[in-house]
Ligand binder design. Structure first.
Ligand code: EPU
Length: 352
């Protein structure tokens, strides 16, 4: 198998931010496209299912994962500066295994703007496109030019442009028709060399009103980091995978029902371009009194009801089941009270 080292019965406890005890039947770490292809041909030869793993910050892992877990450690980036119609831009190609936030800071340092609202999002570059990461008014899709993938079945490399990725809110072709079909090895983002400030998100706007300073990309990044740290638990201190549910998008007419359920309480919502509305799942969960509850090892974060946390980082065997049971309990309560189905956001691997 060349240089590629395949391990068996590998513990993934420290490789997933929910700190779940999980053992991979087969495991390898890859740092080049060639190694990705070698890993895939090993899986083909031995008829193994392939589970790609990045930073493990958006996955719930069962205690045993059969098949081959491919840990994506491809590093590096390169940039090309070009002159657009009115302004200069820079296309930066990142390897999938680079840490997202480190790359945001690297770009800011060089005067390449556009990612500052996405500061401090956990995870690696490769995974960012799968769920089209978005925060504080910006989605990855607005910056993505193309990405490179390896087909899991054939091992062939190809490039997808933004349109082919079919991005929408927390969604892409990689969660739909290309689910489990390819591994992202690189992605190219187009950044501006001129600041392009977006502080429309209410919490961000409030921060700058209080600060009484003109926003710069660096200040926006600082603000986003501060706001995130105030309500989202650091996975290094309290195990979590960020938002556990997507914010539901419902028909505007269905909003009246939610409003009727909660009487005088004003229901927060964000109008979408197609006339539907997005309702914060955190608010729905909060109204069902789940914020801060604890069930065994797991619970709902006390500052953000959308985040489920695992209080045990020692790999308690029950945590994964407990977290899914709590998620189910929340889904049922929200459905009964508001008639809204909450969709789980992280990827669940293995059987429960
Ligand atoms: N809210 C509550 N209770 C809570 C928390 C929030 O009622 O416990 C209300 C807030 O008052 C606010 C609304 O819910 O009106 C929205 O809250 P927030 O601004 O915190 O954002 P969110 O909709 O809960 C989304 C993303 C986050 C992202 C933030 C900021 C999803 C699933 N989550 O959360 O993404 O950081 O917006 O843009 O879209 C992640 O994916 O891991 C993540 C943290």
């Amino acid at each position: 198998m060349g240089d590629l080292q395949i391990e068996t019965k590998k513990s993934l406890l420290t490789m997933n931010t929910m700190a779940l005890a999980s053992t991979a039947e087969y495991f390898c770490s890859v740092s080049t496209v060639d190694e990705v292809q070698k890993a895939l041909s090993f899986a083909r030869k031995h008829n193994l299912a392939v589970t790609p793993l990045g930073a493990g910050s958006n996955v719930v892992l069962a205690s045993n994962l059969s098949g081959l877990v491919v840990h994506l450690g491809l590093k590096g980036w390169e940039s090309v500066v070009s002159q657009g119609v009115s302004t200069e831009y820079v296309d930066v190609t990142f390897a999938a295994g680079e840490n997202w936030h480190d790359m945001v800071l690297m770009c800011l340092d060089r005067g390449w703007y556009g990612l500052e609202n996405l500061s401090l999002i956990p995870g690696n570059m490769g995974a960012a496109a799968i769920q089209n990461i978005g925060a504080y008014g910006v989605e990855l899709s607005s910056r993505l030019v193309s990405l490179q993938v390896v087909d899991i079945h054939s091992g062939t490399c190809s490039e997808l442009d933004r349109e082919a990725c079919q991005f929408s809110y927390r969604d892409s072709v990689f969660k739909q028709s290309l689910k489990d079909k390819c591994i992202i090895t690189h992605l190219t983002l187009r950044l501006s060399t001129e600041p392009n400030i977006n502080i429309d998100y209410p919490a961000l706007n409030a921060y700058f009103v209080a600060l009484d300073k003109d926003p710069t990309p660096q200040l926006v990044s600082n603000a986003v980091c501060k706001i995130r740290r105030e309500k989202l638990p650091d996975p290094n201190e309290l195990a979590n995978v960020g938002s556990f549910f997507k914010n539901p998008v419902i028909a505007r007419s269905a909003l009246a029902h939610v409003q009727a359920v909660d009487g005088n309480v004003e229901v927060p919502f964000y109008p979408q371009t197609d006339g539907s509305v997005k309702v914060p799942a955190a608010w729905l969960i909060d109204q069902c009194q789940f914020r801060g509850v604890r069930r065994g090892n797991v619970g709902v974060h006390d500052k953000q009801a959308l985040v489920l946390v695992n209080y045990s980082n020692e790999g308690d065997n029950d945590s994964a089941r407990e977290v899914l049971a709590l998620a189910k309990e929340i889904q049922v309560a929200v459905k009964v009270r508001f008639g809204i189905v909450l969709e789980v956001e992280p990827r669940i691997y293995g059987s429960f």
